[in-house]
Design a protein around this ligand. Structure first.
Ligand code: C5P
Length: 239
């Protein structure tokens, strides 16, 4: 089944946990904890979510020298989270170091190692920025496929990508390399600050491996029903 990660973009644990109360009997349930919540609450929020059997994607986008990333990943590996992220621009050695750190941490804690996802180019980076600021002289598509390939060769299980890039990435790497897609909106939603959005149904057609949904669920009038509708749309449209 393809997970729908609810992005818990909340300022603190009480707010996030209160939001999750009505989801008490909803299974499966998966959430994404990002920098905002993690920097405030640290590993205690992860522990509280895991105690409720909620799958956790800890999205910290590590990017530093390989040794530092390995040590950080070793800490993350002990948290019993199911997914985590690094920036592939940190390079092959750094991605490898992250993989090793996660495996070491998980072994130490006696839990399963998280799947490692790599960010290729941030979706906020424009083709113009890529050329003028980063002095990268290949196209965005070429850069994204190259970084995805590098990530896959160094222990990553997948990438975070726009659903519109899934085909490109599957072609560059393989069909079972995971493409987890944010930038999801329901047909009735405001697009907010996202530029290229797709519906859950469209993400499914574009062979998503799982989606990240924030405001379409968190700001809905009925978050539980909206989550269920989205989950069903991504997993084959069961009503
Ligand atoms: O509210 P919305 O559905 O736009 O939230 C999407 C979530 O996915 C946010 O937590 C955002 O930081 C994250 N994200 C994204 N685009 C990326 C990577 C992560 O929107 N390329």
């Amino acid at each position: 089944m393809k997970p729908v990660f609810i992005a818990l973009d909340f300022i603190d644990a009480p707010t996030a946990l209160k939001f999750l109360e009505p989801f008490k009997d909803v299974k499966p349930l998966a959430v994404k904890v990002g920098m905002e919540l993690f920097y405030r609450e640290g590993s205690s929020i992860i522990k509280q979510l895991r105690e409720q059997n909620i799958d956790v994607f800890l999205d910290l986008k590590l990017h530093d020298i390989p040794h530092t990333v390995q040590q950080a990943a070793k800490q993350i590996g002990q948290l019993d989270v199911q997914f985590t992220t690094v920036h592939s621009l940190g390079g092959s050695e750094m991605i490898n170091a992250a993989r090793h750190g996660l495996d070491e941490g998980a072994k130490k804690a006696g839990v399963n190692a998280p799947q490692l996802l790599a960010v290729t180019q941030l979706t906020s980076t424009s083709e113009e920025q890529l050329h003028d600021e980063e002095l990268v002289h290949v196209s965005m598509a070429e850069s994204v496929s190259h970084l995805a390939k590098t990530a896959s060769q160094n222990g990553a299980d997948g990438v975070i990508s726009s659903a519109l890039e899934n085909e490109l990435i599957h072609q560059a790497v393989s069909n079972d390399f995971k493409c987890i897609n944010p930038g999801i909106r329901l047909p009735s939603n405001n697009v907010d600050d996202q530029k290229r959005v797709v519906t859950p149904q469209k993400a499914s057609e574009l062979r998503t491996s799982g989606i990240v949904v924030g405001r379409s669920i968190t700001q809905s009038n009925d978050p539980v029903q909206t989550y269920k509708n989205i989950y069903n749309a991504v997993n084959g449209g069961i009503k």
